[in-house]
Design a protein around this ligand. Sequence first.
Ligand code: F0G
Length: 454
Amino acid sequence: MPPSSNSVLRVQSNFQFRCIACGDLSDRASQDFRCARCGDLLEITYPQWNEARPDPENLKSFWRSRHVSNDPIDLSGVWRFRELLPALRDDQPIITLREGNTPLYDLPRCARITGVPRLFAKHQGTNPTGSFKDCGMTVAATFARSAGFRWVACASTGNTSASMAAYAARGGMRSLVLVPEGKISWSKLSQALDYGAVTCQLRTDFDGCLRLLQELVLRAPVYQLNSINPFRLEGQKTLALELLEQLDWQPPDHIIVPGGNLGNSSAIGKALREMRDLKLISRMPKLSVIQAEGANALVRTLREADGKRLISVQPETRATAIRIGNPASWKKAVAVVNATGGTCEQVSEFEIAQAKAEIGAEGLGCEPASAVTLAGLKKLVKQNFVQPEETVVLVLTGNLLKDPDYTIEFHRGDLLPASAGSSTAAMNNLRRPPIVLDATLDAVIRTLEQAEKS
Ligand code: F0G
């Protein structure tokens, strides 16, 4: 039997839910994941760390030793860090696609462009469904199934829905996807369809989809897998654990992340705080959030309201993954930006397109929303917020193949109007439009010679 719509999600073990506003602690959460007292968002907390804090050196050596294990729970780059996650019951199987374990690349070309030699990319686009969402989904889907839910649901700009549909399918659950009609990429939509989700294209934007989902979960026995769900953020938190392990636990000076609904920045910030409290690291990197100019709710909230109240915007950007005007986790994000001494910046459509092509030219590529990180870094260097000798990590959240239309339009020169600066020499140098030729050796050799000269 599915749980009834007013059933609660009970804590089974090592964690509690804590309200981020009033601090109320509870071992239960209602299905909208809001505080029963004040209605704000919940986060997961581990009370036993106050009494018996895990030994940091033991943790590091456990986690490292699991790299050579063939146990599915160790092969997951998320569950490998399970000492810092909600505990599973002994008989509770995980739903995993071997998420995490994402590479940390150097970026020599972008390092030259920005003047920051120690520049790295943590590429979450190499996850099984092509985005960072998988790291959160393995945890939240596992807890959804163990709470007895048959249906999971999300509102999405595309990546969450692709990931949720995959993990639901692997876990034997049904999934319901709410996406804004015409405003997500076909690749992401096609993933949800192929993984068997019931996919509804709603005539609204992402914020409208999320509002509807919040009402739906109070009426129907579906478990919501948006990043309001604090189990999602626990899984996404492991990005930062894995990053620090890859850097031999030497914190970088800056971590730069795109901001949409602001779950991921909140999750990374939580991990940094916990790593510092558990003495896994001695200082926290500055966490900075970059948004598209047309979807800049956090930027405006910090600049115009000192982070005290949300300033919503009517979102518009070709980086559709972050086309969000009313970010749910804005309070969590404000807290982590302030706690780490980071900042928040916005970048134009032109800057996003250029940065995306520059990351592509590294042989890596990413989706447009991820490229805001490089575009933002350029601005932060100009403002002297980032110094040339500092170590910087960009979080690339999604795979290049997530939005091929954007990439093709860029290379053909159709993406942005000329007034947006799309025909500057710098942009033209990055363009590699496909060349249609007669099928002759001469034509190909001539093309090769011309390319050699350019
Ligand atoms: N980058 C990509 C590729 C994303 O898909 C998203 C969010 C973000 C960045 C922003 O992360 O919301 O945690 O601040 N995508 C969501 C979705 C909203 O539905 O797929 P955030």
